[in-house]
Ligand binder design. Structure first.
Ligand code: XLS
Ligand code: MG
Length: 346
Protein backbone atom coordinates (compact mmCIF):
# COMPACT_ATOMS: atom_id res chain seq x y z
CA UNK A 1 0.00 0.00 0.00
CA UNK A 2 1.43 3.44 -0.82
CA UNK A 3 2.37 5.03 2.51
CA UNK A 4 0.03 7.99 2.03
CA UNK A 5 -0.92 8.37 5.61
CA UNK A 6 -0.35 5.98 8.45
CA UNK A 7 -3.18 5.68 10.92
CA UNK A 8 -2.62 5.28 14.67
CA UNK A 9 -4.74 2.76 16.54
CA UNK A 10 -6.06 2.30 20.03
CA UNK A 11 -8.56 0.53 22.25
CA UNK A 12 -9.59 0.56 25.90
CA UNK A 13 -9.10 -2.02 28.66
CA UNK A 14 -12.87 -2.66 28.57
CA UNK A 15 -12.50 -3.97 25.02
CA UNK A 16 -10.83 -7.12 26.37
CA UNK A 17 -14.06 -8.01 28.13
CA UNK A 18 -15.20 -11.11 29.94
CA UNK A 19 -18.48 -11.77 28.16
CA UNK A 20 -20.99 -11.00 30.88
CA UNK A 21 -24.43 -9.89 29.64
CA UNK A 22 -27.71 -9.15 31.44
CA UNK A 23 -28.59 -12.85 31.10
CA UNK A 24 -25.45 -14.57 32.22
CA UNK A 25 -22.14 -14.35 34.06
CA UNK A 26 -18.63 -13.79 32.65
CA UNK A 27 -17.28 -16.57 30.44
CA UNK A 28 -13.62 -15.49 30.45
CA UNK A 29 -11.51 -14.84 33.57
CA UNK A 30 -10.79 -11.19 34.46
CA UNK A 31 -7.24 -10.12 33.65
CA UNK A 32 -5.19 -7.37 35.29
CA UNK A 33 -4.58 -4.04 33.60
CA UNK A 34 -0.87 -4.87 33.14
CA UNK A 35 -1.80 -7.95 31.11
CA UNK A 36 -4.13 -5.89 28.92
CA UNK A 37 -1.45 -3.28 28.35
CA UNK A 38 1.01 -6.02 27.36
CA UNK A 39 -1.53 -7.40 24.84
CA UNK A 40 -2.06 -3.94 23.37
CA UNK A 41 1.68 -3.61 22.95
CA UNK A 42 1.98 -7.10 21.48
CA UNK A 43 -0.70 -6.31 18.92
CA UNK A 44 1.25 -3.19 17.92
CA UNK A 45 -1.41 -0.65 18.85
CA UNK A 46 -0.26 2.90 19.61
CA UNK A 47 -2.45 4.12 22.45
CA UNK A 48 -4.94 3.14 25.12
CA UNK A 49 -8.22 4.83 26.07
CA UNK A 50 -9.04 5.23 29.75
CA UNK A 51 -12.11 5.64 31.86
CA UNK A 52 -11.12 7.59 34.97
CA UNK A 53 -11.41 4.42 37.05
CA UNK A 54 -9.47 2.36 34.51
CA UNK A 55 -6.63 4.76 35.29
CA UNK A 56 -7.25 4.80 39.05
CA UNK A 57 -9.46 1.93 40.26
CA UNK A 58 -11.97 2.76 43.05
CA UNK A 59 -11.14 6.42 42.71
CA UNK A 60 -14.14 7.60 44.74
CA UNK A 61 -12.59 6.03 47.83
CA UNK A 62 -9.20 7.72 47.33
CA UNK A 63 -7.79 11.12 48.26
CA UNK A 64 -6.79 13.67 45.64
CA UNK A 65 -3.11 13.12 46.39
CA UNK A 66 -3.47 9.33 46.17
CA UNK A 67 -5.24 9.71 42.80
CA UNK A 68 -2.46 11.98 41.56
CA UNK A 69 0.20 9.55 42.76
CA UNK A 70 -1.42 6.53 41.08
CA UNK A 71 -1.98 8.47 37.86
CA UNK A 72 1.68 9.47 37.76
CA UNK A 73 2.67 5.85 38.25
CA UNK A 74 0.42 4.88 35.35
CA UNK A 75 1.96 7.59 33.17
CA UNK A 76 5.39 6.22 33.93
CA UNK A 77 4.26 2.71 33.00
CA UNK A 78 2.77 3.93 29.72
CA UNK A 79 5.86 5.97 28.88
CA UNK A 80 8.00 2.93 29.62
CA UNK A 81 6.01 0.91 27.07
CA UNK A 82 5.87 3.76 24.53
CA UNK A 83 2.07 3.76 24.68
CA UNK A 84 0.08 7.02 24.68
CA UNK A 85 -3.16 7.72 26.56
CA UNK A 86 -5.63 8.71 23.87
CA UNK A 87 -8.35 10.08 26.13
CA UNK A 88 -9.88 9.96 29.58
CA UNK A 89 -13.64 9.56 30.14
CA UNK A 90 -15.44 9.88 33.48
CA UNK A 91 -17.38 6.66 34.02
CA UNK A 92 -20.52 8.40 35.19
CA UNK A 93 -22.95 5.53 34.82
CA UNK A 94 -21.77 3.15 37.57
CA UNK A 95 -21.86 5.18 40.78
CA UNK A 96 -24.87 5.14 43.13
CA UNK A 97 -24.97 8.93 42.73
CA UNK A 98 -25.80 8.62 39.03
CA UNK A 99 -28.78 6.27 39.20
CA UNK A 100 -31.07 9.09 38.04
CA UNK A 101 -28.56 10.66 35.67
CA UNK A 102 -25.26 12.48 36.17
CA UNK A 103 -25.18 16.11 34.98
CA UNK A 104 -28.97 15.99 34.50
CA UNK A 105 -29.97 14.23 37.70
CA UNK A 106 -32.97 15.76 39.43
CA UNK A 107 -30.87 15.84 42.62
CA UNK A 108 -28.53 18.86 42.88
CA UNK A 109 -26.05 16.94 45.08
CA UNK A 110 -25.75 14.25 42.44
CA UNK A 111 -25.23 16.80 39.68
CA UNK A 112 -22.41 18.22 41.79
CA UNK A 113 -20.90 14.76 42.17
CA UNK A 114 -20.89 14.31 38.39
CA UNK A 115 -19.21 17.66 37.80
CA UNK A 116 -16.62 17.10 40.49
CA UNK A 117 -15.77 13.70 39.09
CA UNK A 118 -15.43 15.17 35.60
CA UNK A 119 -13.01 17.85 36.83
CA UNK A 120 -10.98 15.11 38.48
CA UNK A 121 -10.95 13.22 35.16
CA UNK A 122 -9.51 16.32 33.52
CA UNK A 123 -6.71 16.34 36.10
CA UNK A 124 -6.06 12.67 35.31
CA UNK A 125 -6.04 13.46 31.57
CA UNK A 126 -3.46 16.18 32.19
CA UNK A 127 -1.13 13.85 34.00
CA UNK A 128 -1.58 11.17 31.34
CA UNK A 129 -0.73 13.71 28.64
CA UNK A 130 -3.98 13.90 26.69
CA UNK A 131 -6.17 16.97 26.14
CA UNK A 132 -9.28 14.94 25.26
CA UNK A 133 -12.05 14.29 27.74
CA UNK A 134 -14.61 11.94 26.21
CA UNK A 135 -18.16 12.31 27.46
CA UNK A 136 -20.41 9.36 26.74
CA UNK A 137 -23.59 10.75 28.30
CA UNK A 138 -24.92 7.35 29.25
CA UNK A 139 -27.61 8.35 31.73
CA UNK A 140 -28.41 11.85 30.48
CA UNK A 141 -31.91 11.17 29.25
CA UNK A 142 -35.11 9.70 30.56
CA UNK A 143 -37.01 6.47 30.97
CA UNK A 144 -40.17 8.37 31.74
CA UNK A 145 -40.46 11.65 29.86
CA UNK A 146 -42.50 13.33 32.59
CA UNK A 147 -39.79 12.62 35.20
CA UNK A 148 -37.45 15.29 33.84
CA UNK A 149 -37.57 18.72 32.33
CA UNK A 150 -35.69 18.29 29.06
CA UNK A 151 -35.36 22.05 28.57
CA UNK A 152 -33.72 22.41 31.97
CA UNK A 153 -31.49 19.43 31.24
CA UNK A 154 -29.93 21.30 28.31
CA UNK A 155 -29.00 24.06 30.78
CA UNK A 156 -27.58 21.48 33.19
CA UNK A 157 -25.44 20.00 30.43
CA UNK A 158 -24.16 23.39 29.31
CA UNK A 159 -23.43 24.36 32.91
CA UNK A 160 -21.44 21.15 33.45
CA UNK A 161 -19.48 21.60 30.19
CA UNK A 162 -18.73 25.23 31.13
CA UNK A 163 -17.32 24.15 34.48
CA UNK A 164 -14.99 21.72 32.70
CA UNK A 165 -13.89 24.31 30.15
CA UNK A 166 -13.17 26.77 32.96
CA UNK A 167 -11.29 24.21 35.03
CA UNK A 168 -8.67 23.74 32.33
CA UNK A 169 -8.06 26.15 29.49
CA UNK A 170 -6.66 23.47 27.19
CA UNK A 171 -9.06 20.58 27.67
CA UNK A 172 -11.23 19.60 24.69
CA UNK A 173 -14.56 17.88 25.30
CA UNK A 174 -15.44 15.12 22.84
CA UNK A 175 -19.12 14.28 23.24
CA UNK A 176 -19.95 10.68 22.26
CA UNK A 177 -23.65 10.63 21.37
CA UNK A 178 -25.81 7.53 21.58
CA UNK A 179 -29.59 7.67 21.14
CA UNK A 180 -30.69 5.06 23.67
CA UNK A 181 -29.50 2.31 26.03
CA UNK A 182 -29.32 2.50 28.94
CA UNK A 183 -31.88 5.30 28.62
CA UNK A 184 -35.10 5.11 26.66
CA UNK A 185 -34.16 8.41 25.01
CA UNK A 186 -30.90 10.33 25.40
CA UNK A 187 -30.78 14.12 25.38
CA UNK A 188 -27.87 14.27 22.91
CA UNK A 189 -28.59 11.39 20.53
CA UNK A 190 -26.64 12.47 17.44
CA UNK A 191 -23.61 14.45 16.28
CA UNK A 192 -25.93 17.26 15.24
CA UNK A 193 -27.16 17.54 18.84
CA UNK A 194 -23.60 17.42 20.22
CA UNK A 195 -22.34 20.16 17.91
CA UNK A 196 -25.43 22.29 18.48
CA UNK A 197 -25.02 22.16 22.26
CA UNK A 198 -21.34 23.05 21.82
CA UNK A 199 -22.49 26.44 20.54
CA UNK A 200 -24.19 27.20 23.84
CA UNK A 201 -21.00 26.72 25.86
CA UNK A 202 -18.52 29.40 26.87
CA UNK A 203 -15.90 28.10 24.41
CA UNK A 204 -17.58 26.31 21.47
CA UNK A 205 -14.31 25.63 19.70
CA UNK A 206 -13.25 23.28 22.52
CA UNK A 207 -16.43 21.22 22.40
CA UNK A 208 -16.44 18.62 19.66
CA UNK A 209 -17.36 15.00 19.28
CA UNK A 210 -16.51 11.35 19.00
CA UNK A 211 -18.44 9.15 16.58
CA UNK A 212 -19.12 5.53 17.39
CA UNK A 213 -20.35 3.60 14.33
CA UNK A 214 -22.84 1.51 16.32
CA UNK A 215 -24.30 4.55 18.05
CA UNK A 216 -24.96 6.26 14.71
CA UNK A 217 -26.58 3.09 13.37
CA UNK A 218 -28.79 2.89 16.49
CA UNK A 219 -29.92 6.45 15.70
CA UNK A 220 -30.91 5.27 12.21
CA UNK A 221 -28.06 7.27 10.66
CA UNK A 222 -25.18 6.38 8.38
CA UNK A 223 -21.89 6.66 10.30
CA UNK A 224 -20.10 7.83 7.12
CA UNK A 225 -22.40 10.84 6.83
CA UNK A 226 -21.92 11.56 10.53
CA UNK A 227 -18.15 11.56 9.92
CA UNK A 228 -18.44 13.98 6.99
CA UNK A 229 -20.77 16.22 9.00
CA UNK A 230 -18.50 16.37 12.07
CA UNK A 231 -15.42 16.91 9.93
CA UNK A 232 -17.06 19.81 8.09
CA UNK A 233 -16.84 21.53 11.50
CA UNK A 234 -13.28 20.19 12.17
CA UNK A 235 -14.75 18.62 15.28
CA UNK A 236 -14.17 14.90 14.95
CA UNK A 237 -11.51 14.43 17.59
CA UNK A 238 -11.90 10.73 18.24
CA UNK A 239 -13.58 7.74 16.71
CA UNK A 240 -15.00 4.41 17.89
CA UNK A 241 -15.24 2.12 14.92
CA UNK A 242 -17.30 -1.03 15.33
CA UNK A 243 -20.45 -2.53 13.82
CA UNK A 244 -24.06 -3.14 14.68
CA UNK A 245 -26.74 -5.33 13.13
CA UNK A 246 -29.74 -3.00 13.09
CA UNK A 247 -31.86 -1.71 15.92
CA UNK A 248 -31.17 -4.03 18.80
CA UNK A 249 -28.93 -4.09 21.86
CA UNK A 250 -25.55 -2.37 21.52
CA UNK A 251 -23.47 -5.08 19.88
CA UNK A 252 -19.99 -3.53 19.47
CA UNK A 253 -19.19 -6.04 16.72
CA UNK A 254 -15.82 -6.05 14.94
CA UNK A 255 -15.50 -3.23 12.40
CA UNK A 256 -17.10 -4.24 9.09
CA UNK A 257 -18.55 -7.43 10.57
CA UNK A 258 -22.13 -6.62 9.69
CA UNK A 259 -22.00 -4.22 6.76
CA UNK A 260 -18.78 -4.12 4.80
CA UNK A 261 -20.03 -1.46 2.42
CA UNK A 262 -21.00 0.87 5.27
CA UNK A 263 -17.52 0.27 6.75
CA UNK A 264 -15.94 1.08 3.36
CA UNK A 265 -17.88 4.33 3.26
CA UNK A 266 -16.70 5.25 6.77
CA UNK A 267 -13.11 4.72 5.69
CA UNK A 268 -13.68 6.78 2.53
CA UNK A 269 -15.11 9.60 4.63
CA UNK A 270 -12.09 9.47 6.96
CA UNK A 271 -9.69 9.47 3.99
CA UNK A 272 -11.28 12.39 2.17
CA UNK A 273 -11.30 14.50 5.33
CA UNK A 274 -7.73 13.66 6.37
CA UNK A 275 -8.75 12.11 9.68
CA UNK A 276 -5.66 11.30 11.71
CA UNK A 277 -3.49 14.01 10.21
CA UNK A 278 -3.98 16.23 13.24
CA UNK A 279 -2.97 13.42 15.60
CA UNK A 280 -6.40 11.77 15.94
CA UNK A 281 -6.47 8.03 16.64
CA UNK A 282 -8.64 5.29 15.16
CA UNK A 283 -10.08 3.47 18.18
CA UNK A 284 -11.98 0.22 18.04
CA UNK A 285 -14.77 0.11 20.62
CA UNK A 286 -15.39 -3.58 19.93
CA UNK A 287 -16.09 -6.54 22.18
CA UNK A 288 -15.38 -10.24 21.72
CA UNK A 289 -18.44 -12.37 21.07
CA UNK A 290 -19.65 -14.07 24.25
CA UNK A 291 -18.68 -17.39 22.66
CA UNK A 292 -15.03 -16.34 22.24
CA UNK A 293 -12.51 -18.68 23.87
CA UNK A 294 -9.69 -17.27 25.96
CA UNK A 295 -7.13 -18.25 23.31
CA UNK A 296 -8.99 -16.12 20.72
CA UNK A 297 -9.52 -13.22 23.07
CA UNK A 298 -7.78 -10.51 21.04
CA UNK A 299 -9.00 -11.51 17.59
CA UNK A 300 -11.80 -8.90 17.44
CA UNK A 301 -9.22 -6.11 17.88
CA UNK A 302 -6.67 -7.44 15.43
CA UNK A 303 -9.42 -8.31 12.93
CA UNK A 304 -10.98 -4.84 13.17
CA UNK A 305 -7.64 -3.25 12.38
CA UNK A 306 -7.02 -5.71 9.50
CA UNK A 307 -10.42 -4.92 8.01
CA UNK A 308 -9.80 -1.20 8.45
CA UNK A 309 -6.42 -1.37 6.69
CA UNK A 310 -7.82 -3.47 3.85
CA UNK A 311 -10.61 -0.93 3.43
CA UNK A 312 -8.03 1.88 3.33
CA UNK A 313 -6.49 0.04 0.37
CA UNK A 314 -9.95 -0.33 -1.16
CA UNK A 315 -10.66 3.37 -0.67
CA UNK A 316 -7.32 4.34 -2.21
CA UNK A 317 -7.68 2.02 -5.17
CA UNK A 318 -11.29 2.94 -5.93
CA UNK A 319 -11.52 4.17 -9.53
CA UNK A 320 -12.57 7.75 -8.79
CA UNK A 321 -12.37 8.79 -12.44
CA UNK A 322 -14.73 6.05 -13.51
CA UNK A 323 -17.02 6.88 -10.59
CA UNK A 324 -17.09 10.56 -11.61
CA UNK A 325 -18.03 9.61 -15.17
CA UNK A 326 -20.89 7.46 -13.91
CA UNK A 327 -22.01 10.27 -11.61
CA UNK A 328 -21.91 12.79 -14.47
CA UNK A 329 -24.08 10.42 -16.51
CA UNK A 330 -26.41 9.89 -13.50
CA UNK A 331 -25.71 6.21 -13.95
CA UNK A 332 -25.99 5.34 -10.27
CA UNK A 333 -27.06 1.84 -11.25
CA UNK A 334 -23.57 1.05 -12.55
CA UNK A 335 -21.94 3.08 -9.77
CA UNK A 336 -23.69 0.80 -7.29
CA UNK A 337 -22.41 -2.31 -9.06
CA UNK A 338 -18.94 -0.82 -9.40
CA UNK A 339 -18.73 -0.43 -5.60
CA UNK A 340 -19.97 -3.99 -5.04
CA UNK A 341 -17.46 -5.47 -7.50
CA UNK A 342 -14.64 -3.34 -6.09
CA UNK A 343 -15.38 -4.68 -2.60
CA UNK A 344 -15.67 -8.25 -3.87
CA UNK A 345 -12.32 -7.85 -5.61
CA UNK A 346 -13.63 -9.25 -8.87
C1 XLS B 1 -20.33 2.77 25.49
C2 XLS B 1 -19.36 3.74 25.16
C3 XLS B 1 -18.18 3.82 26.09
C4 XLS B 1 -17.43 5.07 25.76
C5 XLS B 1 -16.36 5.54 26.66
O1 XLS B 1 -21.18 2.43 24.64
O2 XLS B 1 -18.94 3.45 23.85
O3 XLS B 1 -17.41 2.71 25.96
O4 XLS B 1 -16.90 4.87 24.50
O5 XLS B 1 -16.88 6.01 27.83
MG1 MG C 1 -17.70 4.10 22.47
Amino acid sequence: MPEKHRYKFCFGPWNISEGQDPYGPPVRPPRAFEWKLAQLKKLGFDAMMFHDDDAVPDLDSKSESQIRKETKELRKKLDGEGIAAEMVAPRLWFAPQTVDGAYTSNDAKHRQYAIKRSLRSIDIANILGTDILVLWLAREGSYIRESKNARRCVDYLVNAFDKMLTHDKNIRLAIEPKPNEPMDHAYLPTIGHALAVAQLTRDPKRVGCLIESAHAILAGLDPADEIDFAMAFYKLWSLHLNDQNGLKFDQDKPFGSNNLRAAFNQVRALERNGYGQRGEYVCFDVHPFRTTKVEHWLAHLDNSRRTFLKLVEKARSFNEMKAQQLIADRNYQDLDQMVIEHLMGK
